[in-house]
Design a protein around this ligand. Structure first.
Ligand code: NAD
Length: 499
């Protein structure tokens, strides 16, 4: 059994709290190791060491900082398979999906290689007589990233790369369910030339998070996780005077218009609804076909596709479509919600609850489930299931479908499938959701744009990664400079009246 550590000042450091949490392989239920949960004292110590390191790091010129990013990116590429294996082992997602997890984080590192261009300020020549104005972007100091279990590589990279490229030091508090990838990334960052202390990985639970939120040296908090925790962290961080952006849960809808290519829509729903066992904040969990005919045809197309899905451990090879969910508690929550859907009157078209995998009886596997005739008052509609369950809510008209999306509490992502440009434009323009796909099911923006939801999917200002990240991780200083005319006019040789 592995003894996990923290990563402080470029070294693995054992925990001192005597409190641990087990890390599991969700495909087998086997305990992989135990993770130390940091005390407030350990957190404060990591922060003060980071504060010392940050002073020197902020003075390294931006281009040299970018060269560390280049080396880091090269090392991530070199270790892609190893990182993907770490992701799969603790999270359970398939290896190709785990590679995608690393890849979409790497792309943010790649944008950070261009940080110098993003960090340039503004200048106004001759704003008044002899007066120039300039604004510069300066690092905040020590910042923290608190990340969820479902993207063990991508989201820690979304946090650490922009923060560090801007000249900050980062305390990363990864999910206690999947610590290995973040720890390995920290080692690779050190190998890339990052000075010790600029990235500290502190493992822990609420106690460590609260210590970070209450530490006066920590200037900014970047959180990703469930909505109740996002709202709590946003409130406590803001109350303590910190900059905070806290991204929460989701309930993403896909509207399917009668003119849509239904084969393509069905394929998209299968990937977006069941990929990674539905444990994605950009998963599509609600399909909204418009019109009875569209709904009937869509369900008929989904059925054989769902029946063909292969569920299994990542070690079974590339023909597995998705793996286990993260914990027995998740499994119980998902099966409980499926039972509630049946009780509350939805039609359970496919029931994934009976799946048993020979040799993996202790794993947290669940087959794909499809509900039809779901209505907005049901728990399966109201709650984020975060499992392989797709709900079909039938709408009579486009306006009814749009209203459903708009009335939902969450606003992370949404998609529309249609052949009509006018409908697509109207949807993109009116919908109150942060990321919109047009004939595109999972519209996670590429790394030179930025990612963020609306409504209860996000608290605070600015999106994560892309141009917004360079604003979030720096503060603006504006200088107004006046220079009086003087030596350039030369020495006054003549005896003359003064101006
Ligand atoms: P979670 O909220 O349980 O945990 C996220 C982080 O918060 C972890 O590091 C955890 O240790 C910490 N935490 C948990 N409880 C805490 C508490 N009471 N006080 C302080 N810290 C606490 O989320 P999760 O289960 O790891 O991740 C799944 C959730 O994340 C889903 O709701 C999903 O939609 C969401 N998510 C959102 C985005 C986004 O960008 N909007 C991206 C990925 C995941």
């Amino acid at each position: 059994m592995q003894e996990f550590t923290h990563y402080i000042n470029g070294k693995h450091v054992a925990g001192t709290s005597g409190r641990f949490s087990n890390v599991y392989n969700p495909a087998t239920g086997e305990v992989l190791g135990r993770l130390p949960l940091a005390t407030p004292q350990e957190v404060d110590d990591a922060v003060s060491k980071a504060a010392e390191a940050q002073i020197a790091w902020a003075k390294v010129n931006p281009q040299r900082r970018a060269r560390v990013m280049m080396k880091f990116g090269a090392l991530i590429n070199e270790h892609m398979d190893e990182l993907a294996e770490l992701v799969s082992r603790e999270h359970g997602k398939t290896l190709p999906d785990a590679r995608g997890d690393v890849q979409r984080g790497l792309e943010v590192v790649e944008v950070c290689m261009g940080a110098p261009a993003m960090l340039k300020g503004e200048f106004m020549d001759s704003a008044g007589p002899g007066i120039d104005l300039m604004s510069m972007r300066q690092a905040l100091g020590v910042v923290t990233g608190i990340t969820p279990f479902n993207f063990p590589a991508m989201i820690p990279l979304w946090k650490m790369a922009p923060a560090i490229a801007c000249g900050n030091a980062m305390i990363l508090k990864p999910s206690e369910r999947v610590p290995s990838t973040a720890l390995r990334l920290a080692e690779l960052f050190t190998e890339a030339g990052l000075p010790d202390g600029v990235l500290q990985v502190v493992n822990g639970d609420k106690e460590a998070v609260d210590a970070l939120l209450d530490n006066d040296t920590v200037q900014a908090v970047g959180f990703v996780g469930s909505t109740p925790i996002a709202q709590y962290i946003y409130g406590r961080a803001a109350n303590n005077g910190k900059r905070a952006q806290c991204f929460g849960g989701a309930k993403n809808h896909m509207v399917i218009m009668p003119d849509a290519d239904l084969d393509k829509a069905a394929d998209a729903l299968i990937g977006a609804g069941f990929g990674a066992a539905g444990e994605r904040c950009m998963a599509i969990s609600v399909a909204v076909p418009v019109g009875k005919d569209t709904a009937d045809k869509l369900v008929a197309k989904l059925l054989p596709r769902i029946e063909a899905l292969k569920v299994g451990p990542y070690t079974s090879g590339d023909d597995v479509d998705y793996g286990p969910v993260i914990t027995p508690a998740s499994l119980e929550r998902i099966t409980g919600l499926i039972a509630s859907g049946v009780d509350q009157g939805a039609t359970l078209v496919t029931d994934g609850r009976d799946l048993k995998l020979q040799g993996y009886e202790n794993g947290y596997f669940i087959g794909p489930s499809l509900f039809d005739d779901v209505t907005p008052d049901m728990d399966i509609y109201k709650e984020e299931i975060f499992g392989p369950v797709l709900c079909n809510v039938r709408a009579e008209t486009y306006e009814e479908a749009l209203k459903l999306v708009m009335d939902n509490d969450y606003g992370n992502g949404t998609a529309i499938y249609t052949a009509d440009g006018d409908t697509a434009r109207d949807f993109a323009s009116r919908v109150n959701v942060g990321m919109v796909g047009i004939n595109f099911p999972v519209p996670v923006p590429l790394s030179y744009f930025s990612f963020g939801g609306w409504k209860k999917s996000s608290f605070g200002d600015l999106n994560q990664y892309g141009p917004d990240a360079f604003k979030f991780y720096t503060k603006t200083k504006t200088v107004t400079a006046r220079w009086f005319s003087g030596i350039k006019d030369g020495a006054a040789m003549a005896f003359k009246e003064l101006d």
